[in-house]
Ligand binder design. Sequence first.
Ligand SMILES: Nc1nc2c(c(=O)[nH]1)N[C@@H](CN(C=O)c1ccc(C(=O)N[C@@H](CCC(=O)O)C(=O)O)cc1)CN2
Ligand SMILES: NCC(=O)N[C@@H]1O[C@H](COP(=O)([O-])[O-])[C@@H](O)[C@H]1O
Length: 307
Amino acid sequence: MEAQKLSFGLSSTLSTSPIQNRKNPIFKIPSFSYTSPNNLTLKGFFLKPHFSFSPKVLPLPTKKIFQCTNCLQGIEKEFVTIPNNCVSKELKKKKLAVFVSGGGSNFRSIYEATIEGTVHGEVAVLVTNKLDCGGAKYAREQGIPVILFPKAKDTSEGLSEEDLVGALRTYNIDFILLAGYLKLIPTELVQAFPRSIFNIHPSLLPAFGGKGYYGMKVHKAVIASGARYSGPTIHYVDEHYDTGRILAQRVVPVLANDTADTLAARVLQEEHKLYVEVAAALCEERIVWRQDGVPLIQSKEDPNHYK
Ligand SMILES: Nc1nc2c(c(=O)[nH]1)N[C@@H](CN(C=O)c1ccc(C(=O)N[C@@H](CCC(=O)O)C(=O)O)cc1)CN2
Ligand SMILES: NCC(=O)N[C@@H]1O[C@H](COP(=O)([O-])[O-])[C@@H](O)[C@H]1O
């Protein structure tokens, strides 16, 4: 198999990473390349980080460039990779905004994982288009600020797109996680948080996605199609419904006697696990970009393993 090339980060002069060039400013910065024993070529370069870390152990035997992803803004800074035998780096705890419209079981799973430390992050704010939904009620019980977006039709309550971006900046949000949010995220927000907005969808995209495919409608369509497998997809959010880059998926069987409810329950169980795994990877900066623009998650247990 031809060695896959990985690039870290968002800004690059690397002619081989068109997706970075297309979506991010071009910087004249040096790069390095390393091919692992299993023929996986890694490429890295100095980046513009938007979060930093303070290694505990210095001097370090090797100076390698530390990968960083989802960089939004910040100062140019040299990173070093800390070998496994050194004290692990200290990562800034990431700030999360979760968007819901319904019961909020995925939001609850993520929140509980931040409390127990599985996810090195903090749910700083909840955004919803339904203030009386289960997710919003749970957020209020936990003392998490709740924002109404978009504005309610019949009242002046809620934020405009511009005010929402400002509020999320005020909370210093690093990542936005959509979890059962049923409204289209506006282009203004997508552009304000490049490669930092994620969504979970209850089918194996690109199948059964797009406008009109949400909640039980998805599971009914899967069963009606005769598909033998389904499962959750977590993807980057772009300007359209369900067309962003796929980051993670899990597969569950569709049984011959399944109803939409039994299938939904099986998929939802996997969703809860998958979203916590992805949130943990985001907060630990373990997302890397393959040269063809596919995002991968670096294994926590084996840094040479990607999925
Ligand atoms: N810019 C983006 N916004 C959103 C995305 C996305 O990928 N890009 N994902 C959705 C979540 N979603 C599927 O995962 C989804 C949600 C809702 C719909 C839909 O058809 N909605 C209806 C309105 C439903 C309602 O208001 O009750 C519609 O637009 O007519 C499709 C897919 C979240 N936002
Ligand atoms: N297209 C978007 C969509 O259908 N999202 C789905 O809404 C449910 C929300 O459940 P929750 O509120 O209990 O997390 C989840 O199954 C999620 O995949």
